[in-house]
Write a protein that binds this ligand. Sequence first.
Ligand code: SAM
Length: 315
Amino acid sequence: MSGHIPVMLTEVLQTLAPRDGGMYLDGTFGGGGYASAILSSAACTLYAIDRDPDAIARGAAVAARFPGRLHLVQGRFGDMLELMREQGVGKLDGVVLDLGISSFQIDQAERGFSFRFDGPLDMRMEKSGPSAADLVNKLPEAELADILWELGEERHSRRIARTIVAARAEQPIETTSQLVRIIHSCMPRDPSGQDSATRSFQALRLKVNDELGEVERGLAAAVQLLAPGGRLVVVAFHSLEDRLVKRFMQQAAGRGPGVSRYVPVAAERMAKPAFRLVSSNALRPGDAETSANPRARSARLRVLEKLEEATCSAP
Ligand SMILES: C[S@@+](CC[C@H](N)C(=O)[O-])C[C@H]1O[C@@H](n2cnc3c(N)ncnc32)[C@H](O)[C@@H]1O
């Protein structure tokens, strides 16, 4: 199994700017690529969260390389306020989130994330709770179609949902390749060359792991944990996530149109914004990175900095 190549690592280090004595949080430890680089770049302390027990188990080797400086916590970054409180952590000098799944997860057929490999239709980062198979076998047709439409932006959502419901009446859908065959049977070949199962797999993964809900909760919690001068760095890989990150950061910096229920109330009410956008547009990976690592192609990095101490109330 190949490892995970950290995406936009140079830009993450430049914008997070770890300093000696600082305290940081990596909310998506994954293969530990960011974590190792942060700990190597400054004599700082790093808390690292991942909801996948396999990622935390792999992290022991990284922790051993940085004695006493890396603290691994299994859980969801949406719960980072509670998780950090349990660790006795108050304020942080920076938080980084690298959204989505790692190559370790997608390349392991038995995790069921990829339509390219035959495996159980699972997709659970935490290895617990309802799986993708539970959704496709149990949800009513209309609900399935809504998920494909809203989380996969799949134009043929109704047709695919109808075909899934007909197929599961014959036989339960238990593997990734069964689902791929069902989708292919009712979909035209995509002229772009993209596999016609791509969007449905994305939608199911986002739903199984409540990934957009996690992003909303994680952003709101991260800004409450930041010390003045602290930065929130987020790398997103698809438009639904990036849109949430962009809106949240713009509103926190007093630039957004409406009022988000996720931006801490006190920060919104302040005459002067309590945060600033470090760069008004998202940073993108360079050509050298995207040719070396095609998975970096869709990455967008956004950075928010806390300017002053705001009395943030929970959203
Ligand atoms: C793209 S990988 C991170 C890779 C990491 N930056 C590196 O350099 O190795 C995303 C990781 O975040 C984890 N993850 C995704 N959503 C999460 C959440 N809500 N809470 C905690 N971990 C999450 C996944 O399990 C995965 O291991």
